[in-house]
Design a protein around this ligand. Structure first.
Ligand code: PMP
Ligand code: GLN
Length: 389
């Protein structure tokens, strides 16, 4: 590069942040030809009819900007869907916004409500985009540990962190990376605290349809008092096996949505058009797809659990998501990042070390996360390798 005179100082806005673990581990898996059970994405395609609808719209002129708030057909289809799933009445024009993945929706929701000096509670282990999104909004993340080994909400720990500075609390159920779910009682107890302290709820529900053993998903949208103070965020990528299309959405009351859209319009303006239209058609025509998802993924969870039963890993089968935690203290006392790297290189299976989901990882925790949204053959091969350790 040519010298161009003095440059301004480059002070990182996110000094503690590096490349995400998902990219690091997927690249490592590729470099070593390992089976990739790290980054969460299926190794199979979405429904053929859904793919055909994208081709149709590509060929029929849906190749210019979509409306800023999202294609009307998709917003209407989602409003109908949450009415059926959660009994929620939402106005597709004023309360539903289509985003470039749930990641963008989480970012916009936090930007919309968090100001300098505000605190936002995040439960650790936490999905890695929450903390930086709070920091970029000028807020202060306040980390609250979930209670290991069950990873349930610890209301005592939560209440100790709430104050008049608390602007929002981020919840995620079914939960990445632990695979736990929230009960209705827990959600309502959180709602009572939200009313008392006057904070917003950012509810990350991207795994809303990946929940097992007949348990129902407790969306904030089931409860009008909670919905009135919540941004419900979800992602079609998880439900339709289309993570690469990055179609997410946010459902929030009109006043919140108005502020949300002010941010969204200057982050991306709008989202990929043909895939929105294709999703709208498919959602309406095939509700059985998302209704069948719990059974589809429960079969994979159970298959993987049975395959790993003879291994030296210890685990409680996930209650939701397509992730499974594995405790490895009978195998090694290496820190999880070192073990994840070694397993990728030497055993040929890439996993995610759970410590990266913590602001302050617990010293003695020995956990890896694997992803089971994979073809049966991939699961069988991976389990064979993991059982040999
Ligand atoms: N939240 C959680 C808990 C996730 O696991 C993910 C993972 N993909 C996201 C949000 C982001 O979803 P999207 O890919 O739609 O941006
Ligand atoms: N949510 C996915 C996971 O937890 C990854 C998404 C991403 O790569 N940013 O693995």
């Amino acid at each position: 590069m040519t010298a161009v005179g003095s440059l301004p100082p480059l002070e990182s806005k996110l000094p503690a942040v590096g490349t995400t673990i998902f990219t690091v581990m997927s690249q490592l898996a590729q470099a070593h030809g390992a089976l990739n059970l790290s980054q969460g994405f299926p190794d199979f395609d979405g429904p053929p009819e859904l793919l055909d609808r994208v081709t149709f719209y590509l060929r029929h002129g849906a190749n210019q900007y979509a409306p800023m708030m999202g294609a009307p057909a998709l917003r209407a289809a989602l409003a109908e869907k949450v009415a059926q799933d959660y009994g929620a009445t939402v106005d597709p024009d004023q309360e539903v916004t289509i985003t470039s993945g749930a990641t963008e929706a989480l970012f916009c929701a936090l930007q919309a409500v968090v100001r300098s000096g505000d605190e936002v509670v995040i439960f650790d282990p936490a999905y890695d985009s929450y903390d930086p999104a709070v920091v970029m909004a000028g807020g202060t993340p306040v980390h609250c540990p979930l209670q290991a080994p069950s990873f349930s909400l610890d209301f005592e720990a939560l209440e100790a962190r709430l104050s008049s500075r608390t602007r929002a609390v981020v919840i995620n159920a079914p939960h990445n990376p632990t695979g736990t779910v929230l009960s209705e009682a827990e959600l309502l107890r959180l709602g009572a605290l939200a009313e008392h302290w006057g904070f917003w709820i950012i509810s990350d529900e991207v795994y809303e349809h990946i929940i097992f053993d007949g348990v129902r998903h407790e969306s904030v949208l089931r409860h009008p008092a909670l919905a009135a103070r919540s941004f419900m965020v979800s992602s079609l990528g998880k439900t339709y096996h289309t993570t690469g299309w990055k179609i997410g959405y946010c459902i929030a009351p009109a006043a919140l949505t108005a502020e949300f859209r002010k941010i969204h319009q200057y982050v991306t303006f709008c989202t990929h058009h043909p895939t929105q239209l294709a999703h709208a058609d498919f959602l309406r025509a095939h509700p059985e797809h998302h209704q069948g998802l719990p059974a589809f993924y429960q079969e994979k969870r159970d298959r993987m659990a049975a395959l790993l039963a003879p291994s030296r890993f210890r685990f409680t089968p996930s209650a939701g998501t397509y992730f499974q935690l594995l405790e490895y203290d009978a195998i090694s006392d290496e820190p999880d990042q070192a073990l994840a790297e070694r397993l990728t290189k030497e055993v040929g299976v890439a996993t995610i070390p759970v410590s990266v989901f913590y602001a302050e990882p617990p010293a003695k925790q020995r956990l890896l996360r694997i992803c089971f949204c994979k073809d049966d053959r991939t699961l069988e091969q991976a389990a064979e390798r993991l059982c040999a350790i």
